[in-house]
Design a protein around this ligand. Structure first.
Ligand SMILES: Nc1ncnc2c1ncn2[C@@H]1O[C@H](COP(=O)(O)OP(=O)(O)O)[C@@H](O)[C@H]1O
Ligand SMILES: [Mg+2]
Length: 261
């Protein structure tokens, strides 16, 4: 197995808050990783750092051999790192297809006004490939038939699936999911879990932030547990979930119960 992402001594501090505090790990190509921890333990901040939407205080990030801790979020997305957000971030007035096509744009660089004018055929080709990529993602997430529906009018669980489709439309090599199943029922969760397993079968590397331990043990190959910005345990999901240190963090004896995500 080859290393796809190297995270070396990454820190993200907000004033006195060490949201991410010296994180070190490697992610191997084609594995599905779980990232768990109590609210406020730094999971979303870490995903923000990996996707370059949050600045690092210090540390090094290497993706497919390329050091990228100083890259912009757009350049990071073009390199092949995609993410979904903890709260739904669709454009509610646009259709499902339009929302998903926006994801495809993340990887087609430099198609601006001048490119449209100078290279109209290239813009047309981009739009065609964007639409094809979007339709493929829509099919994967079982959203076929809903392409023309207004995204903001759909049930919450469906909107979350549209978000996953949008992230997939960019054809990432690494996909970071921030609580993608929050607010979903068991059946919807299982469906999302199945999509992740099948993407894994195609070699996509994924990180899943998730509170549902059943989903973590059923879906993930390996799990990291965070608390207070640090990785406090890692390994095989079943063993990690049974670890007394992890249970203690979750029971809130040491966790920050009142912290908000
Ligand atoms: N932009 C920010 N400014 C200041 N503090 C922040 C910011 N984002 C997150 N934090 C703090 O960093 C810590 C980790 O938050 P977060 O990464 O959202 O945790 P999690 O996703 O594990 O619930 C929390 O104490 C939170 O209040
Ligand atoms: Mg969070």
């Amino acid at each position: 197995m080859s290393v796809l992402l190297e995270v070396a001594d990454v820190n993200v501090h907000f004033g006195g808050v060490r949201a991410v505090d010296g994180i070190d790990f490697d992610l191997e190509t084609g594995c599905l990783y779980g990232l768990v921890g109590p609210n406020g333990s730094g999971k979303s901040t870490l995903l923000g750092a990996l996707s370059r939407m949050t600045n690092l205080t210090s540390g090094r990030l290497v993706f497919a051999g390329e050091e990228y801790q100083t890259y912009s979020p757009a350049k990071t997305a073009r390199m092949g790192i995609g993410r979904t957000f903890q709260a739904v971030r669709l454009i509610p007035g646009l259709s499902v297809l339009e929302n998903v096509m926006l994801g495809g744009d993340a990887r087609t660089a430099g198609v601006g006004i001048f490119a449209n004018w100078l290279l109209p055929w290239r813009t047309r080709n981009c739009e065609r490939s964007c639409r094809e990529g979007a339709m493929e993602a829509i099919e994967r997430l079982e959203l076929t038939g809903l392409e023309k529906r207004t995204a903001g009018m759909l049930p919450y669980g469906t909107q979350r699936r549209v978000e996953i489709a949008r992230a997939l439309a960019a054809k990432p090599d690494l996909l970071l999911f921030d609580e993608p199943t929050a607010g979903m029922n068991r059946e919807e969760r299982d469906e999302v879990g199945e999509v992740m397993r099948s993407l894994r079968g195609q070699g996509l590397t994924q990180v899943l932030v998730e509170h549902d331990m059943q989903m973590i043990t059923e879906v993930c190959d390996y799990v990291f547990v965070m608390n207070f910005g640090k990785v406090i345990a890692q390994g095989d999901p079943e063993a990690v979930v049974a670890d007394p240190l992890v249970q203690e963090a979750y029971l809130g004896k040491r966790g920050s119960k009142n912290a908000t995500a």
